[in-house]
Design a protein around this ligand. Structure first.
Ligand code: NAP
Ligand code: HSE
Length: 417
């Protein structure tokens, strides 16, 4: 289902690796039907195209449905029906999986069919298998990663080449990394779905993307990035799930990382996921996080696993039993933050800003003032570590000052006290 960036790459990988796959499996894999919206766009595949999902769902010869259409509906409905009717499903669709995971697992159990979704997180990185199988014995404490290729590509181009945000986004879209609606990438929703999926696996709890505190990168400017570079920091969109004493803390947002942080050197459309658990310690999964080829590799790997399982007579899903897991309020978390304000450049401005922070019990670590035309100035502030709730109060206090013309949201800085 779907013949876009991923679907086309899947057919290519299947054709190119047919002999190797054939050697590993007892029966050949054959794609008999392909669902699209507009057949005129795919003349080379016209003999097996359909615009009617019933041609797949009602066909008893089809044992595996590969869903690479995207979007919540009708993908969810098709997957549920396929599973209930005993067809195994492989999907790259993090949106459906993150929101409808329990429903899909129930359908898989009812139909005794397999549900696999390696491609939904980290593109070609086998992180789902790594967590479900490789680290099955561990008590996971945290999963922290760069899980959106589009935003990592954009920030890398802005940092290394000085590209504008718009140029970098256009290049990411041309390369096939971005979602059909790039809002999902830019505003952090794609990463929120992925960290929700990883957290559900790692902590055995059903985590919804709505549980994740999300912030996007539209407000980030070249000046922010250059300032961070001057401090030895790299700006990344970090998705994290941490099990703390008072609950599970889930967030996605831009963060400055010190250059020696394991995630700081992850560039372009690459993704990396750092898992900390007992007894394993730290494990990092790294690889291409988006694009047709890497994603098709993960999808095809899942199909091969299912085909092998069927050959062995094992096609039932592992039962999923979620446990309750309280969520931690992000306002009680601590952070140091960088913050850019455009202000009126006149005596007393800095004192008013400092007062607004002080009233919220937020302490300044450093301040840099840069003169701008027309009697304005930019203040680049870095705070000491403080409660996120206190920082929000400082933002509210500062926003009320007439001398403050505009301000971006504070950006978390890791590795600073
Ligand atoms: P895409 O290029 O937009 O392709 C979507 C395909 O699905 C098109 O062939 C489209 O048909 C078909 N389609 C969409 N809605 C349909 C409907 N209602 N009925 C029938 N066909 C429909 O998308 P993509 O980039 O390949 O992504 C597919 C999925 O993989 C998404 O869930 C995405 O999040 C996920 N994913 C993508 C990447 C990546 O790097 N691209 C990586 C990991 C996961 P037409 O051709 O007729 O328009
Ligand atoms: N749009 C997604 C990204 C595709 O940029 O990471 C891979 O899931």
């Amino acid at each position: 289902m779907g013949l876009g960036t991923v679907g086309r790459a899947f057919l290519r990988a299947l054709a190119e690796n047919r002999d190797d796959i054939g050697r590993r499996l007892a029966e050949p894999l054959e794609v008999t039907r392909i669902l699209v919206r507009d057949p005129a766009r795919h003349p080379e595949e016209r003999h097996r195209l359909t615009t009617d999902a019933r041609d797949i769902l009602d066909d008893p010869e089809i044992s595996v449905v590969v869903e690479v259409m995207g979007g919540r509906e009708p993908a969810r409905t098709y997957m549920l029906e396929a599973l209930r009717r005993g067809k195994s499903v492989v999907t790259a669709n993090k949106e459906v999986l993150a929101y409808a995971g329990p429903e899909l697992w129930a359908a898989a159990e009812a139909g005794q069919a397999d549900l696999r979704f390696e491609a939904s997180v980290g593109g070609g990185i086998p992180v789902v298998q790594g967590l479900t199988q490789g680290l099955a014995a561990d008590r996971v404490r945290s999963v922290v990663g760069i899980v959106n290729g589009t935003t990592n590509y954009i920030l890398t181009r802005m940092t290394d080449e000085g590209s504008s945000f718009e140029q970098a986004l256009a290049a990411a879209q041309a390369a096939g990394y971005a979602e059909a609606d790039p809002t999902d990438d830019l505003d952090g929703h794609d990463a929120a779905r992925k960290i929700a999926i990883l957290a559900s696996i790692a902590f055995g709890a059903h985590v919804s993307p709505d549980d994740v505190a999300v912030e996007g990168i539209r407000h980030v400017t070249a000046e922010d990035i250059r300032y961070g570079q001057g401090q030895g920091w790299r700006l990344k969109v970090v998705a994290s799930a941490r099990l703390e004493a008072d609950g599970l803390l889930l967030r996605v947002g831009p963060a400055f990382l010190p250059q020696d942080h394991p995630l700081a050197g992850v560039s372009g459309a690459y993704n990396a996921i750092l898992v900390e658990g007992e007894p394993v310690g730290q494990v990092m999964f790294f690889g291409p996080g988006a694009g047709g080829g890497p994603t098709a590799s993960a999808v095809l790997g899942d199909v091969i696993e299912i085909a092998w399982g069927r050959h062995q007579g094992v096609s039932a899903p592992r039962p999923v039993r979620y446990r309750p897991c309280p969520l931690k309020d992000p306002a009680t978390d601590e952070l140091a933050a960088y913050w850019r304000l455009d202000v009126v450049d006149r005596p007393g401005t800095l004192a008013q800003v400092a007062q607004a922070l002080s009233e919220a019990s937020v302490s300044l670590r450093s301040v840099e003032q840069r003169p701008k035309p027309d009697g304005r100035a930019t203040l680049l502030l870095v705070t000491h570590r403080c409660r996120e709730g206190a920082l929000r109060q400082a933002v509210a206090n500062t926003g009320r000052l007439p001398v403050v013309l505009s301000m971006g949201p504070p950006i978390r800085v890791e590795g600073v006290d």
